[in-house]
Design a protein around this ligand. Structure first.
Ligand code: ATP
Ligand code: ZN
Length: 899
């Protein structure tokens, strides 16, 4: 097998890397942390997926990236294969999004299926690969440290001895299975045998015969009792028949006696009713006599012959004529009443009229008197008013006279007062001006006089001498005098005017008094005129009222006379009405009598009818009783017949017979029940025994079958045992062969690379335990070796395994690339040369491809190809570079490499 090419995207420190690999030895080198181990891991991961990782999938995804792709192309047995895995990170979880393997066998998809295909192709699982082909950094001793059992499993698997173990296991499983079935069957067989023995002990057939004899005995007894039972039943039935007949007769006799009693009672009852009917007939007779007498009396009172001949018709005619007469009288009374009422009303009306007229006259006179009195008062008040008007006129004249010597006429005072007031205001203003001027002049003068007294000019304050202003003082004094004169004059005028104003104000008030007096006088005069007209009207009215009163008084007389006349008429009618009423009452009495007669006649008829009916009823009942008496006779005869038929002796006999039979029947039922119970019990037992006999037969059959099966299973078990043993021997034989070869090869290889001769030989025993022997014969555990020795031992062991694989397996040996990550760590330089030799040896053994991570110069120079890994310190991303020609290796590059 050979890796051809590995391509990485976002795998750990690689962003995008592509490395082609050749056969032969490839050394990968570079600085620490550059990504060398990661390259090898990528190849391992491509083959085995997540199983190849120590941790989880996300450790391989470049930090911060979403997706990692790893692709590996390789050849195996001359065919090309490739595997592609794509890992996606989602929400911090990485999972395989794609996993495809292509090759001659077709395409396989899915992580599990791809891994299974790789495992079966390489005949190595992850663990085996790590143990055999891939020596991871620091794990050089893994194989030595593993326990012998693990080592054994691994080596057996590699050499395909595992299969034999599987076959042996299967044979063992089959043997155990068969053994279990055989034991089960054996158990079942013993159980059946036990049951059979038990059954035999019971003597089932003897028991069956005994029960059968007993059963036939019981059947005979039952038959006998049943016959006796039938006889007893018959005798009981007969007795019962006799008793029933006797009972029937007794019942009939009781019924007959009952009927006789009832019939007698009914006859008596009916007789009582007949007597009552006879009594009632007598009563009717009495009443009839009474009613006939009454009828005769009434007829006599209305003068009708008591002759039966068409009495009804005659009475009817009389009633008719009486009714007519009553109607006539009633009409007459009604008419008379109407007339009477009319006169009564007339009289009343007239009297009322007379009263009305009388009161009207009285009222009128009273009103006239009152008016006359009012009139006197009014006249008096009128003359008083006239005097008042005269007084007013005189007053007005007096007031007008005051204007005679006044400056204004009546009515002009207001206007004049305004003129005077205006003049007075102007005078006032002038006076104020004058007195202000005067004060002014006087002040100037006194100022000038005091300046002059001080010898200074009063005008300019200069020295008096030669001042042009001194002469002015005199002028000023003259002007003051003028002003004083004018002021006195104007003050006099002002006083006069003020007096005028006072007088005019007085006139003004007089003027308004005159005005109001005149209007009062006019009003009063008008009122008086109206009053006078009123007085005339009243006088006329009084005259009228008195006239009307005397007219009414004369009418009153006439009305009273007429009323008396009307009352007289009404009285006459009343008398006539009384007469008619009397007549009407007489007629009604007669009509009543006639109606009573009709009633009495009806009564007589109904009484006669009733009498007849009563007689009929009485007769019917008599006849009915006659019939009943006949029936009574018959019943009495039947009674004596029945009484004669009874035979007490016979009945007693029948009763005894019945009792005996009944007692016997009760007994026999019990006996029979006992017998039947016994019978049922025995039959149950018999059934049980027969069932057991059947079971016994079945058990015998089963016993035969089971013993046949058990012996067959026994021989099968022996065969399986043999098979298992065969696989075991085969494997241990084969393993022994392998171990021998492996031990030989290990010794050869170890001798080759370990130049020291401290150790005589290495040993691998049947359980793959490893032992190292020193020259002096002492034994050592490989773990006790030094670090370097252990590394060499381990490499030798791996090499030996590879050799064994190459020789020992038919067909295509898996031979995966040998991958060594830092194998030189524990080796001194001499041994590195031996390692190189070992690698060459491996190559010649058929390991096509060897990948080594190392810094060792010797190893580098022995390489067929060199791969340089570099990491960009700024991006932390690594790149790989493959140098085709090892001879051209840059010396400087080698110098910087150092781990
Ligand atoms: N998921 C990841 N994303 C990015 N970088 C990673 C991731 N996992 C590991 N690395 C880095 O990848 C680098 C490669 O480590 P690796 O073990 O391959 O280096 P090396 O060359 O074998 O070193 P040494 O010579 O010390 O063994 C390390 O520096 C590590 O920090
Ligand atoms: Zn490393």
């Amino acid at each position: 097998m050979r890796f051809e090419q590995v391509q990485l995207q976002n795998f750990k420190c690689y962003e995008d890397a592509n490395l082609r690999l050749d056969s032969g030895v490839t050394v990968i080198h570079g600085l620490n942390g550059g990504g060398k181990s990661s390259l090898l891991e990528a190849c391992f991961f491509a083959l085995y997926g997540s199983k190849a990782l120590d941790k989880t999938l996300d450790e391989i995804v470049t930090i911060g990236a979403e997706e990692t792709i790893v692709e590996l192309q390789f050849t195996h047995g001359g065919d090309d294969y490739d595997i592609r895995r794509r890992i996606r990170v989602n929400n911090g979880n990485a999972r395989t999004a794609e996993c495809v393997m292509n090759g001659p066998g077709g395409t396989t998809e899915g992580a599990t299926d791809v891994r299974n295909r790789v495992v079966s192709m390489l005949r190595m699982d992850t663990e085996a690969f790590v143990n055999c082909a891939y020596v991871r950094q620091g794990e050089v001793n893994k194989l030595i440290n593993a326990s012998p059992a693990v080592r054994q499993d691994m080596l057996d698997d590699l050499l395909q001895l595992g299969k034999l173990e599987t076959y042996r296991d299967r044979a063992s499983d089959a043997r155990v299975g068969i053994g279990r079935v055989r034991d089960d069957k054996q158990g079942a067989l013993s159980e059946v045998e036990e049951q059979l023995a038990e059954k035999k002990d019971k003597n089932l057939h003897g028991q069956r015969n005994e029960i059968e004899t007993e059963l036939s005995d019981i059947a005979e007894q039952i038959q006998r009792y049943e016959k006796n039972q039938a006889d007893a039943k018959e005798s009981q039935d007969k007795a019962v028949e006799v008793i029933e007949k006797y009972e029937q007769k007794r019942e009939e006799l009781a019924e007959v006696e009952d009927s006789i009693e009832q019939l007698r009672e009914r006859i008596q009852e009916t007789e009582r009713k007949r007597e009552a009917l006879a009594d009632r007939t007598g009563e009717c007779q009495e009443t009839l006599r009474d009613r006939r007498q009454k009828r005769d009396e009434l007829l006599e009172s209305v003068n009708i012959e008591a002759d039966d001949d068409d009495l009804d018709t005659r009475i009817e005619a009389r009633v008719e004529s009486l009714r007519e007469e009553i109607d006539e009288v009633t009409t007459e009374i009604r008419e008379l009443s109407v007339s009477k009422t009319e006169y009564d009303n007339e009289a009343e009306r007239l009297a009322a009229e007379a009263d009305d007229l009388e009161s009207t006259a009285e009222e009128n006179r009273k009103q006239a008197d009152e008016l006359a009195k009012e009139l006197t008062d009014a006249r008096e008040r009128l003359s008083e008013r006239r005097e008042k008007i005269d007084e007013m006129a005189a007053d007005i004249e007096t007031k007008r006279a005051a204007f005679a010597d006044a400056p204004v006429a009546v009515g002009a005072a207001s206007e004049h007062r305004e003129e005077v007031a205006k003049e007075l205001a102007e005078i006032g203003k002038r006076r104020t001006e004058l007195s202000a001027d005067l004060d002014n002049e006087r002040e100037r003068l006194s100022e000038a006089e005091s300046l002059l007294e001080a010898g200074k000019c009063p005008e300019c304050g200069q020295s008096v001498e030669g001042s042009p202003h001194v002469s002015d003082i005199d002028e000023r004094r003259a002007r003051i005098e003028d002003l004083e004169a004018e002021l006195a004059d104007i003050e006099t005028r002002e006083r006069d005017r003020e007096d005028d104003l006072d007088r005019i104000k007085e006139l003004e008030s007089l003027e308004s008094e005159i005005e109001s007096l005149e209007s009062d006088r006019e009003n009063l005069a008008q009122i008086l005129d109206e009053r006078e007209a009123n007085i005339a009207e009243k006088e006329r009215r009084i005259e009228e009222l008195r006239q009307e009163a005397s007219e009414a008084e004369s009418d009153v007389e006439t009305r009273r006379e007429e009323a008396t006349e009307a009352r007289k008429q009404a009285k006459t009618y009343k008398k006539q009405i009384a007469e008619y009423n009397q007549r009407q009452a007489d007629l009604k009495d007669r009509l009543d009598s006639l109606e009573t007669v009709t009633d009495v006649l009806d009564e007589i008829t109904s009484l006669t009818e009733e009498q007849e009916r009563l007689r009929d009823q009485r007769e019917d009942k008599g006849q009915m009783n006659d019939e009943r008496r006949d029936r009574l006779g018959e019943l009495r005869e039947r009674r004596s017949d029945l009484q004669a038929e009874f035979d007490e002796e016979r009945i007693k006999e029948a009763r005894d017979q019945k009792q005996k039979a009944t007692e016997y029947l009760e007994q026999v039922v019990e006996t029979l029940a006992d017998l039947e119970e016994k019978q049922a019990n025995l039959q149950g037992k018999l059934g049980g025994i027969e069932a057991e006999i059947d079971v016994m037969a079945e058990l015998r059959e089963r016993q035969d079958e089971l013993s046949a099966t058990v012996s067959r299973l026994g021989s099968l078990y022996a065969e399986a045992e043999q098979l298992e043993e065969m696989y075991r021997t085969l494997r241990s034989e084969l393993r022994q062969q392998n171990i021998e070869s492996l031990e030989r090869m290990l010794n050869e290889t170890f001798d080759l690379i370990y130049e020291n001769d401290t150790y005589s030989r290495l040993e691998i025993d049947g359980e793959y335990r490893l032992t190292v022997y020193q020259k002096d014969g002492a034994e050592l555990d490989p773990e006790q070796l030094s670090g370097g020795e252990r590394a060499l031992f381990n490499l030798s062991l791996r090499c030996a395994i590879y050799q064994l694989l190459a020789e020992g397996i038919e067909g295509t040996a898996p031979m995966p690339p040998l991958i060594l990550d830092e194998p030189t760590v524990f080796l001194d330089s001499g041994h590195v040369s031996q390692l190189v030799e070992l690698i060459n040896e491996m190559y010649s053994l058929g390991v096509e491809q060897i990948l080594v991570v190392s810094h060792d110069e010797e190893l580098v120079s022995a390489a067929d190809a060199l791969v340089t890994v570099k990491k960009d310190p700024t991006t932390n991303r690594s790149t790989v570079e493959r140098l085709k020609n090892v001879d051209g290796i840059d010396e400087e590059l080698l110098a910087t490499a150092g781990d």
